[in-house]
Each structure stands twice: as structure tokens, then as C-alpha cells.
Write a protein that binds this ligand. Sequence first.
Ligand SMILES: NC(=O)NCCC(=O)O
Length: 387
Amino acid sequence: MSSAQESVASDELSSVESCLEHIPQPQRSKVKKILYGQEFEPLALPKTAVAIATAEDFELAGYKFDVPTEQLRAPRIVRVGAVQNKIVVPTILPVEEQRNALWGRIGKIIQTAALCRVNILCLQEAWTMPFAFCTREKRPWCEFAESAENGPTTRFLQTLSKQYNMVIISPILERDNSDVIWNTAVVIDNNGKVLGKHRKNHIPRVGDFNESTYYFEGNTGHPVFETEFGRVAINICYGRHHPLNWLMFGINGAEIVFNPSATVTGLSEPLWGIEARNAAIANTYFTCAINRVGTEIFPNEFSSGDGNPAHQDFGHFYGSSYVAAPDGSRTPGLSRVRDGLLVSELDLNLCRQVKDRWGFQMTQRLDLYAASLAKVVQSDFQPQRIN
Ligand SMILES: NC(=O)NCCC(=O)O
């Protein structure tokens, strides 16, 4: 890390969860139960995995969601891995060097996930590169874009997914056969096969998130991927502010929706703990919110169009990745400043148990909203207001 990156990072609060440790017992346990919805016992993780995390300097945390057993259905236990990481080398180095350094780092983290018996793992948004869209420069950042089906990153992960019997979700910058660029999550199954891809539906136009300079809104709908370990979908970053985006993945049968993100302090942190958690509740599935971590510094200054001086960094990506369950409980978050692997053990049976209990799907009145929305998109639409 450069000294400039270090000085920015050292001012940051390392984690919200560590502050809770200052609360005396027995209040601390009660506060955690209220905040998280259940008191999580840490998941016992193998010493070999802990040793790699220590040697490689990343946080390794594991939690098990408490789910009642049923009489007629066997539990459907799945281990989900969420990875947050900093870029490894400065953004001024050649593209290939930056990407190779990230492959090396993520390879170690995936090896650790395998030791922790992770079945489905998701990486952060555009994980093979710095989040350079703030710069509005095309070179060299567009060079990070690659084929979703047979680009070098997909090939790299196909080997690992097969070796570790793990489904891997790989959010990358995609270049299609016509040289159109997309923000895409590639789903690689546990046999190393590309099961499919999803392109980011909602492209931000806020702050320094100048992504619309590089790619369009996605054209892949709301696919749900049937894997050996459960039905998964991906709602990429800014899509988490759009409840209908979450809804459609649920309607298509998702049991776990991943939200690989890149978002910064000062913009979205008050929303972070709410949105993916609320989506889990409203749609009766598990959600896994993953954010980048660290401060990325770019070679050239850029301005934010807000009258403030030009600068070379995007601000601090605050990590804090977590998993939320359909009953509203959630794991503690990972660090705000360190790389991390969060391992969560879930029983997918919880989705149906919560549907039976709360009945949100039964009561949701899709017919009512479909009829209203069909009117809303007409040019002669009049809002239903009564004076
Ligand atoms: N990557 C991305 O879409 N970020 C937008 C900002 C946010 O959604 O917090």
C-alpha cells in the first residue's frame, strides 16, 4: 500500500462491531440480540484456515444462523462466503500486474473458503480492477474488461470452482463480442461450468459513480441460477436501492441474493445495514451484501462537479459485508478497513418457514400493483390524489 493510501485508511473507524465490545455484560449480549436479531455463536473454523488468514492478513469470521428443524424436510444447509478486499498494488502499475496481484490475493482467500467448506462464494463488484469509473478516463481502465464466458478471469476461477467443488460468483467488467462494455456477474458452477451471467440493471448517477460513461443498464432481466446448493441471484450494487429489482429475483425463486457492491463513506453508509436486510425480510430470502474496502488513489486528479477541489481518490470503501436472513436477523459485519472472508452457515428451509409465518407472498397483491404500474407508465397517467 502506498503511504498516501495508508494515511487515509488510518483515520477510519476499524469496525462498528468492535465498539460493541466496550459495552459491559449482560447488556452487551442484549444489545447484540436486538441489533442482529439473534445472538450468533461464532462458527468453528479450521485452524488451517485461521492460519492462512493470519499469515495473509485478512479477517476471517464465521456465523451460523439458528433455524428450527422440520419434521418432514431434511435441513438444506449451505455455507456462503462473502469476500471484501482492497486493491493490491497501486493503480499506476500496468493493467496485467494489477489484475494478477488481485488474482493472487483472491486465490488465497478462495483456498481459505474451501477449507471452511464454503459451497457458494461471491466476490465484490468489479473485483479484478480498481473502481476507476470515478475518473471518467477510458484508458487504461477499459482494458480490464473481458469476456464473461471465456475471459482470463473466468478461466482462472473455473479451475478453482472445480478444484474446490464451489459455486463462484465473479462480478467483472465485461466486454462482449461487439466491444460493448457491461457491469456483469458471472456464475460459475461447482463443476467449473459457466452457468450464466447477470448484467447490472441500475447504473448510478450519483457522486463520483460515473459508471454511465462506461456501460449501459443491463439487458439480462432477473435471472435466478439453479445450483447444486440452492437457487441464487445477483443484485449488483446500486440495484439495492430499487425494491422492485429485489422483488423480481424473489418472484423468480431466488433463495439467496448476493449484492456485490462498491460504495463509500459519506454517501451510503447509513443505508448499508438497512437495504439488503430489508430485502431479505420483504422477499423472504437470504441476502449477502458485499462491499469493497480501502481507499483507491488514481494517477490523475478528477473533480466531482460539486465545486470542491479536484482530488485523486474515490473516498473510503467501508467494507462491512454481512448476511441477512428472511426472519430479519443478520450477521455482524466484517471490518470497515481490512480485507475479509465472511463464512455464514444457513439452512435454506428458513425461507419457507418465514413464508408460512408472515405470509408476505400470499398477501402481496401483485395483481393490484401490476394494474397500477401499467397505468403509471402511460404518458397520460394521472397520480391518484384527492384534494
Ligand atoms: N457501484 C455502485 O453502483 N455504487 C453506487 C453507489 C451506491 O449505490 O451506494
